[in-house]
Write a protein that binds this ligand. Structure first.
Ligand SMILES: Cc1cc2nc3c(=O)[nH]c(=O)nc-3n(C[C@H](O)[C@H](O)[C@H](O)COP(=O)(O)O)c2cc1C
Length: 183
């Protein structure tokens, strides 16, 4: 199984977790790590190249820090550009059908904030609904997201543990059993 890790972080050199996550994934077999902000400093996305990369892999991981209960803006731009009609959706748009889609997200706030009684009121799965709807539309299997909360509060040792735990979780074939119900 070939895995593609698409890293969307606007300042990877200043990152604590996403940079280390990408470095840990660089060391793995059958994994392609694509740092999208670095690939397109002017944000001019090469749609054909991105689509070819996606077609060559079986498990697609979108990795990003949570920004304003959502994604860094280039990820949204990338989705809008790359998931084209006739390729990703529509009667002939089947190129991603059957592939696995997983989100890997770092969050500044603690998990307790993402509860009905917490500061933000909504859970992470609720906030990620647009990804589930998108996954339904493009015919991928939406695997349970990998999330690390409270990144600001992590000690160096905990951050390092979180970095090492990521490939062990995200690359296991069994993650495919963890498909989130689409309704
Ligand atoms: C513009 C911006 C928006 C952010 N919005 C959120 C947010 O909505 N929820 C949250 O938990 N953390 C938020 N954060 C904190 C980031 O998620 C956190 O800094 C990041 O996950 C840490 O990962 P890194 O070390 O790889 O940068 C935000 C940070 C920035 C810069």
């Amino acid at each position: 199984m070939k895995t593609l890790v698409l890293v969307f972080h606007p300042n990877l050199s200043g990152s604590r977790l996403n940079r280390r996550w990408a470095e840990e994934m660089d060391k793995q077999d059958d994994v392609t790590v694509h740092r999208v902000y670095e690939a397109y400093p002017n944000e001019e996305i090469d749609i054909k190249a991105e689509q070819e990369l996606l077609e060559q892999h079986d498990r697609i991981i979108l990795q990003f820090p949570f920004y304003w209960y959502s994604t860094p803006s280039l990820l949204k731009k990338w989705e809008d550009a790359v998931f084209t009609y006739g390729w990703a959706y529509g009667s002939t748009g089947n190129k991603l059908h059957g592939k696995e889609l997983m989100l890997a997200i770092s969050l500044g706030a603690p998990e307790a904030s993402y509860t009905p009684d917490g500061a933000f009121k909504y859970t992470l799965p609720e906030l990620l609904r647009p990804f589930q709807a998108t996954s339904n539309m493009i015919g991928t299997r939406y695997l349970a997201p990998y999330a690390v909360y409270g990144v600001m509060q992590l000690s160096d040792e905990q951050a390092e543990q979180a970095a090492k735990a990521y490939p062990a979780y995200a690359l296991q074939p069994e993650a495919a059993l963890n498909i989130v119900n689409s309704n």
